[in-house]
Design a protein around this ligand. Sequence first.
Ligand code: ADP
Ligand code: MG
Length: 700
Amino acid sequence: MSQITKIFGELTFSRAVMREKLSHNTYERLISTIHTGNPLDESIAEPVAHAMKEWAIAEGATHFTHWFQPQRGGTAEKHDAFITYSETGDIIERFSAKQLIQSEPDASSFPSGGMRSTFEARGYTAWDPTSPAFLLETGNAKTLVIPCVFLSWTGAVLDLKTPFLRSMRALNDAGIRLQRLLGNRLAKKIVVNCGPEQEYFVVSKKLYDTRQDLRICGRTLFGAAPAKGQQMEDHYFGAIHPKMIKFMVELDHELYRRGIPAKTRHNEVSPNQFEIAPLYEEANLAIDHNLQAMDVMRQVAMRHDLYITMHEKPFARVNGSGKHVNWSIGDNTGTNYLEPSASPLKNISFLLTLGALMLGVDKFGGLLRACVADAGNDHRLGASEAPPAIMSIYLGEYLTRLIDEIERMGKPTEQVMANINMGVRNLPRISKDYSDRNRTSPIAFTGNKFEFRAVGSSQNPSESVTLLNQLCTYGFFTIEKRLAAHKDKDIRESALLVLKDVFKETRRVRFEGNGYSEEWHKQAEKLGLPNAKNTPAALNAFLEPEAIELMEKTHVLNEREVCAKVEIKLENYVKTKEIEYKTAVNIAKTEILPAVVRQISAVASAAAAAKAAGATSKVLTAEVKKFDAMYSDIKSRFEALEAVLNKADDKENLHKKAVYLADAGEKALSMLRESVDQAEQLLAHEFWPMAKYQELLTVL
Ligand code: ADP
Ligand code: MG
C-alpha cells in the first residue's frame, strides 16, 4: 500500500487538477460557484468541460457518464464515448459545455411514481458542481463520471440529490437568520457535515453461489440457527481475519484513490459482519462518497472471491446491518453549532440547535421513521432489533440534567444564565464508551453531533440527511417565531425562555432507557409516539397534511412529488416482497423437495435392506413416514405462499397490496421457513442443496 497522501484523490478532478488545467479566472469562478452552490455559469462551462476532457483522456478515459441517484436507490449511469464527427467528417474527441451541464437520459425506465406520462418520458441530468467529477475504473474501462441531479423536463424531482440540495437551501436560510438574531455576523453559509458508518456482511463467493436466495434477494430466506452464532460475543472488535485484512487494505487503497477518506475498519457484532467509517465531510460529498464506496466494496470483494451484502438482515438470529448517519450543523467559519464552547452566545446557539432538532423529532417522528422504511429495514425497525421503530433522542445523563434545569428555571437572571453557560461549557466530550452505553436509541447525541442509527445499511443516506435538515429547519422557524414574542429582552434571556418551553414540550421524545424494552413500547404508546411496524404502515406519515406542509414550506417536494415518492416506495416494497416470496417458493419446490425425496428414498432402501436382512426395520419405516409427512408439509406451505402471491394481485390498489403482502405474506413465508429449517436439521448433510449458516457465517 502506498503512502495515503500520495494517492489520495488521484482519480478525481480535484482542486489541484483544476488549478493546473484552468485559467486563473475560470478557476476562481468555478470555486466560487462551488462555494455558493449555484448552478454552473454558462460562460465558464466550455473551458471547464474542455479541461475535464483533456484530463480524463490523459488518464485513459474513453467515455463519460452522467451519474445520478434515482429514487429506487443506488446510482445510475449511462456511458457515452467522447467521440463525434469533425467538420471534415473525421472522428474527433470532444466534450462540450452542453454535455457537461446537461444530458438527456431516457427517464422512462426510472421510477417516477406516475409523475411522467409517456409523452414527457425524457428527463435531464445536470452537473452538480459541488461534487467533483471522477474516473470510474472497471476492469480495463475508464469513464469520466459527472455527479448530477436528475429532473424531468417539467422540473419535477426524479432523484434523491435534488431534494437534498433544496433542503440545504432551506436550512441555510433559516439557520443564517437565527444566527443573525444571535448576533453572529460572520456566518455566511450553513454547512452540514456527515459521516456515515457503514455495516456489511461478507460471504465466501463459493458458498454464495449455492444460495439462490442470497443471489436474488441479498438475504437468506431459509437457514436453521447455527450452533455458534454471535452468542460468544467474540467477533465485535476482535482480531480481523487475514483474508478480510487483505480485502480491507485493497478497499481502503481504492477509496483513497477516489478521494474517499476511509478512517475506521473493524469487525461488527455478528460473525462475518464488518464496518467501515470515513472521516466526516460536507453532507453532499459524504453522501456521494458513501454511494461510491458501496460500489467499490462490491467490486473489490469480487476480486477476493468474496460476496458483500449490504442488506439490512441477510441472516436471521444474528444482528442486522445499519448505516449510522452522523449529522452535525455549523457554518462556513468552521463553527459546529453542536459543539459546546467558551462563548456564552455560542452556547445559546448550541442549546437552540438542540432544541430545534427536538422540536422536529417531536413533531415529525413518524416521518423520520417513514424516510428509512423499506422491505429490508423492516427487519430491523419494528422487529425487536436495534434500533426500535419509535423515534426518540438519547442525550446522555449530563445533558439531560442540564435540560431539566432549564425546564425548571424561573426567571433567567444573570446568575441563572451564567450557570447554564457553565453547564454547557463543561459538557463532557462524550467518550465512545459513554455513547456506546445506549445502542438502542435511534437518535443519539454523541458529543458534537447527532447519530441517526435507523438508516438501513443498503439505503442512500441522502433521504435521512434531507429529513434531518428539514426537521432542523422547522425547529429554527419555530424558534425564530417564538423569539419574536420576546423581542424587547436580551437575546440570551429570551432564548432561554423559549428553550424552557421547547424542552418542556418535547420531553416525550427524550428517552435514556432501553429502547427494546416492553415498558418503553407501552410508555411510548401512551405518549402518542408513532411506532409503525412495517413499511406500508410507516409510509402513511408522508401523506399527513403536516408532512406535506413541511415538504412544501422547505421547498423540498411539492404535494405531487410527495405522492409520487410514496408510490415509488410502495412499488419497491411490493416488488421486493414478491421477488422474495417467489424465490422462496422456487427454492422449496425445486431444491428442498427433491432433497427430501432423496432422503425418503435413501431411508426406504435402508428399511427394505434391513427387512431383507431379517431386522424388524420398525424405526426405519417410521422414519420414512416422517420424511413423507415432511414432504407434504413443505408442499402445502409453499402452496399457501403461492396462494398469497396470487391473491395479492386482486387487491384494488398498491397500498392494500403492500399491506396484504406484509401481513399474510410474511406469515406464510415464516411458516414455510419453519418447515424448511427443520428439514435442514433432519436431512443428511450430503442431500442439502445449499450452504448452511454455520459455513456462511464462519468460512471466508
Ligand atoms: P463513534 O461514533 O463510533 O464513537 P466517532 O465519533 O469517531 O466514532 O465518529 C463516527 C463517525 O462520525 C465517523 O464516520 C465520523 O466521520 C463521524 N463524525 C465525527 N464527527 C462528526 C461531526 N462533527 N459531524 C458529522 N459527523 C461526524
Ligand atoms: Mg458511532
